[in-house]
Design a protein around this ligand. Structure first.
Ligand code: SF4
Length: 275
């Protein structure tokens, strides 16, 4: 069940290309080091060793970050402190990953999808659960029917719930369950919403590109992503699979009765939230 929730694109794709990118980086470092060896020695006798050590440290750290991510994906003990560095590493290597991917017929969207699958699995491995009012659900504006005259950014309760798009379903569910729901027109507004509401977890609905940057942006706040559905192409009258959304909600929201019994302090089960 846990796996089924977060498993659309292949996680191996990103891992494989990250390893390949690191190997390419190591080859480039080695070539640069060999070519500049004599020149470096002329500057200072020990400089080739210093430069070589720096290159080696970068490659070793990169491989360790990937290895650590694989351990976390498998649910084996890993160094959680390195998660931020791993995101930084993915950011640095991603342009190379995309170029290498294109040589193998893999497009950017597939790789971004793979990142989201990896990130979602890491989220589920942490067993993060929060009370509904501490969960922020955020969607892009394109989920609203383009012809809808009601202004729902900033205040989604302006939606009349006519059934024309999924915004009405989400507003209704947020009122029933009590989670925070906002429609954000961009990353800046999303960050503002997070700052003002101080959620303990974020559930974002968006395309691969926005989810990938959003998940990295909000770190260390735990974030889980659901890919939107684009029957009309990107950024226009998009949809969300409400059944998938409810399944993810069920997994991360602590039911009210259970939460009331625990009081307002952190329970053992959501102790990793906001870490
Ligand atoms: S459900 Fe809400 S946002 Fe969507 S078209 Fe109807 S009124 Fe507009």
């Amino acid at each position: 069940m846990e796996q089924a929730l977060f498993q659309r694109p292949k996680k191996r794709l990103l891992i494989g290309f990250l390893i390949l990118s690191t190997v390419c980086l190591a080859a480039v470092f080695y070539a640069v080091w060999r070519i500049s060896y004599l020149g470096l020695m002329e500057v200072w006798l020990a400089l080739p060793v210093v430069v070589g050590s720096v290159f080696l440290a970068v490659v070793t750290l990169s491989l360790f970050g990937i290895f650590n991510m694989v351990l976390a994906i498998k649910g084996w003990p890993s160094v959680s402190l390195f998660q931020k560095q791993t995101y930084a590493l993915i950011n640095i290597l991603f342009p190379t990953v995309v170029r290498l991917g294109s040589l193998f017929g893999i497009n950017r969207r597939q790789l971004e999808g793979s990142f989201i699958a990896v990130s979602n699995l890491l989220f589920s491995r942490r067993n993060i659960r929060v009370p509904a009012e501490k969960l922020l659900v955020v969607t892009p504006h394109c989920l609203q029917l383009a012809s809808c005259p009601h202004k729902i950014t900033r205040d989604p309760s302006n939606c009349k719930r006519c059934g024309g798009c999924n915004i009405g379903d989400l507003v209704k569910l947020s009122e029933e369950m009590g989670f925070l729901f906002f429609v954000a027109t961009g990353g800046t507004l999303a960050r503002q919403i997070i700052k003002q509401n101080r959620p303990k977890a974020v559930l974002a609905i968006a395309c691969e590109r926005d989810l990938m940057s959003g998940i990295q942006d909000v770190y260390p706040l735990p974030a889980v992503g659901i890919l939107n559905i684009r029957p009309n192409g990107p950024c226009y009258n998009t949809r969300v699979d409400m059944e998938e959304f409810k399944r993810v909600l069920e997994k991360i929201v602590i039911p009210k009765e259970e939460w009331n019994g625990q009081g307002t302090g952190n329970s053992g089960r959501d102790s990793s939230c906001g870490a």
